[in-house]
Every structure is written in structure tokens, then in C-alpha cells.
Design a protein around this ligand. Structure first.
Ligand code: FE2
Ligand code: FE2
Length: 339
């Protein structure tokens, strides 16, 4: 919810009861909602439970000083606007502390109160801006998801196999990535590149894409263009361009015999190597018009057989051991496939 100047919630932590009473009175006159604490531990607990816009904290307070309080608060709240107070300028925090703990303002108790009010008002404006940006980002994200779904439906309308294949590869890559302890950002890249890795097939003629039976050499060469076409589609997008190198390299092989660039070893992006394993695994265990599905065990054995040639050996070893530790890694995504 967006805060307005009149509804901003302020927490004051100070052991100087007299000062706190005056401060609370003045702030309430400005219609701010004020909550005061003389004891830091319960104050931090309250901040954990309830969202505040601004925190005013005394630098020298016991048993935990202001710096430590801010450190604790920053662990769970990166947005709250923090004003640190001290009795005298000789006792103020260092610039490094201000920077490291993201403290936005400093106030000396000896200064005039109206200066503190001005600091609070800039804090409220800052919070309003942050909330506006968050709203815009949410809208933008929604548009992007809509756009992504339109693209997926476009490919799905042409080739149903690609639609379910993309969804499975995406899910499997994310599950694999989670077990590899990848960052949230990398997991999102895997999720999206899984969904869109074959989007370039949109540019392959139906006579080749939907052909029943074996492709001729010439047709196969055309089919091999789909990673480049996919990478080009996303390369033009400011937001999605990070997917391009992953999409481009999802058919590269560790031994350099893949396509389109014949990259080998670590020249292949790490996320593309993960995707390649999930892509082939799904292709093996899925039924298509021209072939029956293979069992999960068969597909696992194939991955092992092709590690060091087609796939990264270390990654295949991990994939296999995650499966051996817990079959649900695979069976949750493929409940109907034979083991
Ligand atoms: Fe592909
Ligand atoms: Fe694929």
C-alpha cells in the first residue's frame, strides 16, 4: 500500500524518555503515526512483525547500540528509511557506517526540531517514490508474463509437442538448478530459457517442423538454425536479452561437435549446459508421433553414456545422484512415465 505524508508510520527507539515524549508529540501534530520504544530488543521484534516507513534511532543506546540495531533491522527490511540520532556531533557514526548500513539521514539532538521534521518529510517522499517504482515494476512484470504467454501459445498452436516439451524442460531445469544451489536470478533465467529454448522453431517451415519421419540432410541443416533464430528473437529485447546466449547454446556439446557454433567445454554457458541435459532428457522420455517414449532409467543411462562427449560430466553426475537420492526430482514432473 502506498504511504502518504499523513499516514507514514514512524518508529522511534531512544532511551531518553523526555526527548521521546517531545518528539512523539511534535510528530503526531504532523499526523504521523508514531510508535516509541525505549528498549531496542522489543523494538526490533515489533519492526519484524509490522511494516514501518521510517525508523529514528538513537546512536548511543543500551544494551545494543544504534549501529547494531540498524544492522539487525537491515537483515529483514532493506526499505525502511533510517534516521540516526546522536546527542553530539563528536558521537556521530562514521561515513562508512552510514554507507554500509544504508542509513539515509543523521540528526543531532542539539539541532532544531524543524530540521528533523524536514528529514522525516524527505524520508516520506523517498518511501513514496520506492512504492511507485514497485507498483510500476509489478505492472511491467505482468505485461512481460502476458507477452511471454502469447509467444508460447504461438509456438504451441503450430507444434503441440514443443509446447509441453518447453514446459517440462523449464520445470526440470529449475528443479535441477535448485539442487545445484543456483541464485534466484539464475533459476529465473533457467525457467524462462527452458520455456523459450525452442522458440526459434517458429521460423522453421511446417513441412520440416511437422514432418513425420526422418529429415533429409538439407532439412536437418534448416532445423539446426532454430537456436540462432531463438537467440535473435530475444536478443532484440532489452528485458529478455540475457536469455539469448543460453538459447543460442542449448545444442552445443562439450566435445565441440554441437551446433550452431561448435563451442566446447567451458566456452558453453553454464546454464546452457544445464538446459542441454534437461532438453535431451525430456526428448528421450517423451512420446512423439514417430517414436515411443523411453523409460526414465534408459534416459539416465544415456546421459551417463554421453557425459564428457555431449554433456558436462560433472553436471550429469550431479543430475544422476540427485535422482538416485530422491526419485521425486524427476517423477514429480513426469508422474506417468515408466521408471
Ligand atoms: Fe532445441
Ligand atoms: Fe528442446
Amino acid at each position: 500500500m502506498e504511504s502518504t505524508i499523513n499516514s507514514a508510520k514512524i518508529m522511534i527507539i531512544d532511551d531518553d524518555v523526555h526527548m521521546m515524549d517531545i518528539l512523539s508529540m511534535v510528530l503526531q501534530k504532523y499526523n504521523y503515526q508514531v510508535c516509541s520504544y525505549t528498549e531496542p530488543v522489543s523494538a526490533v521484534q515489533k519492526l519484524k512483525e509490522e511494516k514501518f516507513d521510517i525508523l529514528i534511532v538513537n546512536y548511543l543506546i543500551a544494551p545494543i547500540n544504534g549501529e547494531k540495531i540498524v544492522e539487525l533491522v537491515r537483515e529483514f527490511d532493506k526499505e525502511i528509511y533510517i534516521i540516526l540520532m546522536s546527542v553530539h556531533k563528536d558521537l556521530k557514526p562514521s561515513i562508512d557506517t552510514m554507507k554500509n548500513l544504508d542509513i539515509q539521514a543523521y540528526f543531532e539532538k542539539s539541532s532544531r526540531f524543524d530540521q528533523l521534521i524536514m528529514l522525516i518529510q524527505s524520508g516520506v517522499k523517498y518511501i513514496e517514490q520506492i512504492n511507485r517504482i514497485k507498483d510500476m515494476n509489478l505492472k511491467l512484470e505482468k505485461y512481460l508474463i502476458d507477452f511471454a504467454n502469447i509467444l508460447l501459445n504461438t509456438v504451441g498452436a503450430k507444434d503441440h509437442f514443443t509446447e509441453s516439451h518447453s514446459q517440462n524442460v523449464s520445470k526440470l531445469a529449475v528443479e535441477f538448478g535448485k539442487r545445484l544451489n543456483l541464485s534466484k536470478e539464475d533459476l529465473e533465467l533457467l525457467r524462462l530459457s527452458g520455456l523459450f529454448h525452442d522458440i526459434g522453431k517458429i521460423g522453421i517451415p511446417d513441412s520440416i517442423l511437422l514432418k513425420q519421419g526422418k529429415l533429409t540432410n538439407e532439412e536437418y541443416e534448416t532445423m539446426k538454425l532454430h537456436p540462432i533464430m531463438g537467440a535473435n528473437i530475444f536478443g532484440l529485447s532489452e528485458v529478455f536479452k540475457t536469455l539469448s546466449p543460453i538459447i543460442l547454446s542449448h545444442h552445443e556439446r562439450i566435445d565441440g561437435k554441437g551446433y550452431p557454433n561448435g563451442l566446447s567445454g567451458n566456452d558453453i554457458p553454464y546454464l546452457a549446459k544445464i538446459l542441454a541435459i534437461c532438453d535431451s532428457f525430456d526428448a528421450m522420455i517423451s512420446r512423439r508421433s514417430y517414436k515411443e517414449s523411453k523409460t526414465i532409467t534408459f534416459a539416465i543411462d544415456q546421459l551417463i553414456e554421453c557425459s564428457s562427449t555431449q554433456f558436462d560430466k560433472e553436471l550429469v553426475d550431479k543430475f544422476v545422484s540427485y535422482y538416485n537420492q530422491d526419485h521425486s526430482f524427476i517423477t514429480d514432473i513426469y508422474p506417468n512415465n515408466e521408471l
